[in-house]
Design a protein around this ligand. Structure first.
Ligand code: V47
Length: 369
């Protein structure tokens, strides 16, 4: 007997999944509304295993957040501050280089660099930073700057996204991370990040990157004030862009962390996401984003234990060693700053999956574990 039989509320969707038929917005809503987490996970796992078998990717990487000074000051964020704030910091290129050098000794294959919109840092600063990192660590892939930062550089310098991206690429940029997408709905953005670029602009920046042959990732910040309809709308917009370009490498659902953000205020009282919600998002992402190869379970946000279990709920990537993380930890993350390679390998093996160390573009670095 099939795990999901003809009497099951998800039977029609299961039939589509088995036949490889694209799910509709209505199907997506039904998936988000189901209480049957195991059937949802079963379907997501079916696709996950079709695409990747047991293969489960991770990366040895280092995050660098070079400045927390930010002019947009989004309500969802506990990291960005005004430049007058006691906690404000901006690293010099020497300091960034120093951090990268230490990471280089740990044999990282990726630097993930994002920061606030700091008017005191010129575009030349970033070009110089990339050139120096490229010279220091020529074999390390630099994944840096969210679409929000790319848009800011374009506005500040009165040039197009393509021009910004071309200059950064020439200086050493390899790809764009997926941050800053939040939820594309303008209703939500007006309340959680009114100063941030629109969802359309976020998508335009990524489309421009894909046009010049640069890959990127996509994210969605969930678990605050967004509705299930708005989550589905976000998935569909990402899926449409991916149909046009094929440039996205991975989708990463980001579990909202409310502590120290304006969204945890008494009026809004947004609380942390639960394990069920986290697993559900990863599973629905796998099923709705049929043209994304990789669904990444970001252990920093969902915790290593949920990340591990999610390897049976659609996820095939557990992200990386990270080393130092500031954005989620400013908002109350209880996870550690880093996981060692052997800890990641153990999580994956204990889930009955095969660990594969990858680089940013999913080339295999090592699979002998
Ligand atoms: O851009 C901000 C979000 C992003 C909070 O591309 C918050 O490989 C939760 O984008 N609670 C940074 N999230 C993280 C990110 C990322 C992480 C790992 C891998 C990749 C990748 C990308 O986190 C921000 C913003 O969208 N964020 N504040 C918060 N309070």
């Amino acid at each position: 007997m099939d795990f999901i039989d003809s009497k099951h509320e998800l039977f029609d969707i299961w039939n589509k999944v088995k036949k490889g038929i694209r799910l509709t917005a209505e199907d997506g809503l039904k998936l988000l509304n189901t209480k049957d987490l195991l059937s949802l996970g079963y379907m997501a796992n079916y696709i996950r295993e079709q695409k990747h078998g047991d293969n489960t990717y991770f990366i040895v990487n280092q995050h660098i957040n070079h400045t927390n000074v930010c002019v947009t000051r989004c309500k969802l964020c506990a990291f960005g501050v005004d430049k007058e704030n006691d906690k404000a910091y901006t690293m010099s290129i020497d300091e960034i280089e120093e951090r990268a050098k230490t990471a280089g000794f740990a044999n990282i294959s990726e630097l993930h660099i994002v920061g606030g919109l700091n008017p005191e840092l010129s575009f030349d600063f970033y070009l110089e930073m990339l050139k120096r990192l490229r010279t220091l660590l020529p074999s390390v892939h630099i994944k840096a700057f969210t679409a929000v930062e790319i848009d800011y550089f374009a506005e500040e310098n009165n040039i197009t996204f393509e021009q910004v991206l071309e200059k950064l690429k020439q200086a050493g940029l390899g790809s764009l991370p997926g941050g800053g997408a939040e939820v594309f709905s303008q209703r939500v953005r007006d309340r959680i990040c009114p100063e941030k670029i629109t969802g359309e602009r976020w998508l335009e920046v990524h489309e421009a990157a894909h046009r010049i042959g640069m890959n990127s990732n996509a994210t969605m910040l969930y678990g605050h004030i967004e509705t299930y309809e708005e989550r589905i709308d976000h998935f569909i917009k990402l899926r449409e862009l991916q149909d046009r370009t094929g440039g996205f490498l991975a989708f990463i659902p980001l579990a909202f962390h409310p502590q120290n953000t304006e969204l945890s205020s008494e009026q809004l009282m947004v609380t942390k996401t639960t394990g069920v919600e986290d697993l559900k998002m990863l599973a629905v992402a796998r099923l709705m984003l049929d043209n994304f190869n990789h669904i990444k379970s970001y252990w920093v946000m969902v915790g290593p234990k949920i990340a591990q279990v999610s390897l049976r709920f659609g996820a095939n990537d557990i992200d990386g060693t990270i080393i130092e993380e500031k954005i989620t930890h400013a908002a109350g993350a209880e996870t550690s700053q880093a996981l060692s390679k052997s800890e990641i390998v153990k999580l994956i093996k204990d889930a009955g999956r095969k660990p594969i160390e990858r680089d940013t573009l999913y080339n295999i670095v090592n699979q002998e574990f």
